[in-house]
Write a protein that binds this ligand. Structure first.
Ligand SMILES: Cc1cc2nc3c(=O)[nH]c(=O)nc-3n(C[C@H](O)[C@H](O)[C@H](O)COP(=O)(O)OP(=O)(O)OC[C@H]3O[C@@H](n4cnc5c(N)ncnc54)[C@H](O)[C@@H]3O)c2cc1C
Ligand SMILES: NC(=O)c1ccc[n+]([C@@H]2O[C@H](COP(=O)([O-])OP(=O)(O)OC[C@H]3O[C@@H](n4cnc5c(N)ncnc54)[C@H](OP(=O)(O)O)[C@@H]3O)[C@@H](O)[C@H]2O)c1
Length: 261
């Protein structure tokens, strides 16, 4: 009997069919793999074989799926946590190229889905960095546009180069017109058309609502937050100051979150 007896994680092998590099540490991977049907907003565990104590072992981490549930090609967007900062799987995935094998869990999981969110006039989808991913999957479904009259999508990044998926967002804007209000926030440099600063401060000052052209209230909105856990914490506090509360299955509220670390 080995000293530590853990169940090996189940995975299947997929194949990388493409990637896009936005910066030297921000990229997307597209791959094919025979996973079970999933719901928009869910995450898949993805990884590779990595060297651990001289042996090659499979190592997987959760990544939100960016693609719509009916797409044949799966897609994730990742930031590299450098090896010196403790990163294991993200640097290994960063080395993959078209044609390489990739390990994935056979099914996606998670509750950051519209089935878990009550209908409301306005959906506020607030993301930092790669936290944009699940919202793109959600916004590609008919359900999103049936469940909400207006959808505000806010993507907050440090630098303008990290504003991923601009074309896809522009495509949604063309498709949904006034019902869709995409906004960018860039915190560390001025960028034309983008708000400057951080989401919680932009909520507190009223700037976010002013730019979105719609009020953020407990009576009319549901807020989904994804990405940096500190953004989730500080934004939740800013929203609670306006009377919104966390949404729980037995105690409905207006705030739903997905923390990436
Ligand atoms: C539900 C869920 C969905 C996720 N979806 C995505 C996604 O779509 N894209 C994505 O890039 N990441 C996503 N993550 C994070 C991802 O699972 C990995 O943790 C991340 O890629 C780092 O993996 P690693 O093996 O390199 O480092 P790990 O061994 O996982 O972590 C090393 C250290 O880095 C910290 N860390 C973990 N993730 C990050 C991060 N993103 N930024 C900064 N520090 C971090 C950890 O706290 C830890 O101290 C998600 C996490 C969860 C829980
Ligand atoms: N190659 C690298 O070494 C490298 C490069 C990029 C990222 N990373 C790592 O990856 C992680 C995630 O990257 P990321 O680019 O998505 O960075 P991030 O730190 O999550 O920043 C994304 C956005 O969230 C904002 N933010 C941070 N804390 C917040 C808070 N408490 N409330 C509201 N907004 C907040 C940031 O504003 P501010 O600018 O004001 O903080 C920024 O606009 C980082 O923590 C970093 O460790 C590593």
């Amino acid at each position: 009997m080995p000293p530590s007896h853990t169940m090996a994680e189940k995975f299947i092998e997929g194949c990388v069919v493409g990637r896009t590099d936005y910066t030297e540490s921000l990229f997307t991977l597209r791959f094919t793999a025979a996973i079970a049907p999933f719901e928009a907003g869910q995450f898949l565990r993805v990884g590779t074989e990595v060297l651990k104590d001289g042996a090659s072992v499979p190592e997987l981490r959760p990544y939100s799926l960016v693609n719509a549930p009916n797409d044949d090609v799966l897609e994730i967007v990742l930031t590299v946590v450098p090896e010196h900062a403790g990163g294991v799987v993200s640097p290994a995935l960063h080395r993959l190229r078209e044609g390489d094998g990739i390990l994935v869990s056979p099914r996606a999981n998670g509750f950051f889905t519209l089935a878990e969110v009550p209908s409301a006039p306005v959906l506020w989808a607030l993301a930092t960095g790669t936290g944009l991913g699940p919202f793109l999957s959600i916004l590609a479904t008919d359900r999103a546009w049936q469940q909400f009259e207006t959808i505000v999508l806010v993507h907050a990044v440090r630098h303008a180069a990290e504003l991923t998926y601009r074309e896809r967002i522009a495509g949604l804007a063309k498709q949904h017109g006034e019902r869709f209000r995409p906004l960018s926030v860039v915190s560390r440099e001025p960028h034309p058309g983008a708000l400057r600063g951080r989401i919680p401060a932009l909520i507190a000052s009223g700037e976010l609502e002013a730019r979105a052209g719609v009020a953020l209230t407990a009576a009319t909105g549901h807020v989904m937050l994804c990405g940096n856990p500190e953004m989730l914490r500080d934004t939740t506090a800013a929203l609670e100051a306006r009377g919104l509360t966390r949404h729980r299955p037995r105690k409905p509220g207006q705030i739903t979150t997905e923390a990436y670390w």
